[in-house]
Design a protein around this ligand. Structure first.
Ligand code: BTN
Length: 276
């Protein structure tokens, strides 16, 4: 089958047919334009939408990222998708869900760009430039999770002009990285397959089963980094992640710190190493 032209609408019927009967295929809501797929998924969840409800839009007028940032969402270029999850777990067990999703997204992206990697906690990068981001938002009933909205944005056919000027040297798209137009429907299908597989593994075996797979895809392990968060800056060498998804950072004195959140900068930038 010839690849669909990059700036044509998603073939939503093809996607619905391909995923019919699966966890993330029973209800796929599709919009030409919407404020944010995550806002819509929250509205649907509040109205009782079940686990696996997927919201996809061709454009977002108020796409949002972590830390109150906005997410560039031009029409017909990329993938903007949110999923309602209703895991039967305690709030304390839900933190690694962002990393579970990160593993799934990097696996999908790697089918097109094998050099893709995860930058803790939730950026997917190609040669140091961000190609995808994940936003998890939780609603809880005391200590039990009521729902998690998993929002995923992947830059598929975006060109530099689609990004705000200050992000043009930090962001990329799969098309820019591969030199090929990306079939967005095929990518969306692959992404749902990967999220289903990794979420199923997490529910069955916990984050301990995800962690080694995640570590293999991390671009930070062994790197000297600077981490900014909550008004503090830490520096050190990344030694891995812990079983709750925290980043493990070893300082010059050899002491290890666990970090639950923060913005990571690789000291000296992403100079490619011999080992990858
Ligand atoms: C980040 O890296 O800061 C997270 C970006 C998440 C963007 C996606 S696009 C689909 C969903 N809807 C939103 O408004 N945000 C997420």
């Amino acid at each position: 089958m010839a690849a669909a032209a990059p700036h044509t609408p998603l073939s939503i019927d093809t996607l619905r047919r391909a995923r019919a009967g699966t966890r993330f295929g029973c209800r796929i809501e599709y919009f030409g334009s919407i404020d944010s797929t995550s806002s819509e998924a929250r509205r649907l969840a509040a109205a009782g939408a079940g686990e696996g409800t997927v919201v996809i839009a061709e454009a977002q007028t108020s796409g949002r990222g972590r830390l109150g940032r906005s997410w560039a969402s031009p029409p017909l270029r990329n993938l903007y998708l949110s999923i309602v999850l209703r895991p039967q777990i305690a709030v304390a067990e839900a933190a690694p869900l962002t990393l579970v999703a990160g593993l799934a997204v990097v696996e999908a992206v790697s089918d097109w760009a094998p050099q893709a990697a995860i930058k803790w906690p939730n950026d997917i990068v190609i040669d140091g430039r961000k190609v995808a981001g994940i936003l998890t938002e939780m609603d809880a009933d005391e200590d039990r999770v009521r729902c998690v909205i998993l929002g995923i944005g992947v830059n598929l056919n975006a060109v530099p002009e689609d990004f705000p000027e200050e992000l043009r040297d930090k962001a990329t798209s799969l098309r820019a990285a591969t030199g090929q137009p990306i079939d967005r429907t095929a990518f969306a299908e692959r992404l749902l397959v990967c999220v289903d597989a990794r979420y199923t593994l997490f529910l069955a075996q916990g984050f301990a089963a995800i962690r080694p797979l995640w570590e293999q895809r991390s671009c930070l392990t062994g790197r000297a980094v600077q981490i900014d968060g909550a008004g503090q800056r830490c520096t050190g060498v990344v030694s891995g992640i812990s079983d709750d998804g925290s980043l493990l950072l070893r300082d010059a004195a050899g002491d290890e710190t666990r970090l639950v959140a923060g913005d990571v900068t690789v000291v000296g930038g992403y100079v490619k190493r011999e080992d990858g």
